[in-house]
Design a protein around this ligand. Structure first.
Ligand code: TYM
Length: 329
């Protein structure tokens, strides 16, 4: 049995990347393993959400988690900010993290490039907080998309370093995991490599049908294949990749064949993709709306989750404090 930890930042609603990168596999794992799933609301602060929005964002992500099939009876689901032990471990791990290695993390370098006016210390130590999230429960597996791989490397390094420094086997080295598949990267509708919350290129699980159609019909493509047998490349490849996740294999084959013999019409491809996305997301969206309306249920799940998560986290913190040398008088 593995100990599994995964999280999602409460920066906005969940999109297809979150679903296929992390959630879908997590729901499959929750009955055979000890699973923790949390909402990374501290992590969301790096982009300075306004106080009036913070709780609503968290509530929405909680409802989405549940709607996607996370079962609070089987897994532990909680808010990061409800478990203060995480912040204590974060502080302790900061002492064994070197600024040079954090500055070299590719995700940090991307942030420096993309948001040069807000390079706060929280961004630099973002992977340290993430490591604390993971090892606080002594996780062995972390279901994530490909974009989180650099953070998992930092986590493994810190777990190893802590063990070496304090001569213990306290923390296992957790592995990035995607249920028997390679780590997934869902691309954006704008032709870019990754669907993301801040990139404006995402389909959200809570998008209504009209929005999905509009987004897909506007997706970036190209002039079309110029010779038979041409390899699918460029921005239209993104649409095929997304199609692989939501459409029948026969549908994907139909459009691939058309691409390869140069008869494809991107308008038809997009219409089909939009309908398949709508069909795929319909039950999810219905459950999201239902769950959001059930305030008492959401409150109970969050409270019970916090209690279970703190039980596991406080056990680890006691052990860590002991190893570091803190002793009660
Ligand atoms: P976040 O909120 O950006 O994304 C949550 C999960 O969704 C995955 N994901 C994707 N997977 C495939 N294709 C995409 N386009 C795509 N976009 C997002 C992410 O890989 C992730 O698994 N730092 C994390 C949150 C976090 C966390 C943790 C995760 C904090 N602590 C501990 C795991 C363990 C983040 O920002 O994810």
């Amino acid at each position: 049995m593995d100990i599994v930890v995964s999280g999602i930042r409460s920066t906005g609603n969940l999109h297809l990347g979150n679903y296929f990168g992390a959630l879908r596999n997590f729901t499959r794992m929750q009955h055979e393993n000890k699973c923790y799933f949390f909402i990374a609301d501290y992590h969301s602060l790096t982009t300075h959400p306004i106080p009036a929005d913070l709780h609503g964002n968290v509530r929405h992500v909680l409802a989405e988690y549940l709607a996607c099939g996370i079962d609070p009876e089987a897994a532990t689901i909680y808010l990061q900010s409800d478990v203060p032990e995480v912040t204590e471990l974060y502080l302790l791990l900061n002492m064994i993290s070197y600024t040079g290695e954090l500055e070299r993390t590719t995700t940090f370098k991307d942030k420096v490039r993309n948001q040069p006016d807000n390079v706060n210390a929280g961004l630099l130590t973002y992977p340290v907080l993430m490591a604390a999230d993971i090892i606080i429960h002594k996780a062995t597996k972390v279901p994530v998309g490909k974009d989180q791989q650099p953070h998992l490397e930092v986590t493994r390094k810190l777990a190893r370093r802590f063990n070496n420094m304090y001569g213990s086997e306290c923390f296992p080295e957790p592995e990035a995991y995607n249920f028997g598949e390679k780590l997934v990267k869902i691309p954006g509708l704008d032709g870019s490599g990754k669907m993301g919350k801040s990139e404006g290129n995402a389909v959200y699980l809570s998008d209504d049908e009209k929005t999905v159609r509009k987004k897909v019909m506007r997706a970036v493509t190209d002039a079309g294949p110029s010779e038979p047998g041409q390899r699918i490349a460029g921005p239209v490849k993104n649409l095929f990749t997304i199609m692989n996740f939501v459409s029948d294999t026969s549908t994907v084959k139909h459009f691939k064949d058309q691409y390869h013999d140069c008869t494809i019409r991107y308008g038809d491809l997009k219409k089909q993709l939009a309908e398949d996305l709508i069909g795929f997301m319909k039950p999810l969206k219905e459950r999201i709306d239902e769950t959001l309306a059930n305030e008492r249920y959401l409150g109970r799940v969050a409270r019970e989750g916090a209690e279970k998560a703190r039980e596991s986290a406080s056990k680890t913190i006691r052990e860590v404090r002991e190893l570091i040398g803190f002793r009660p008088f």
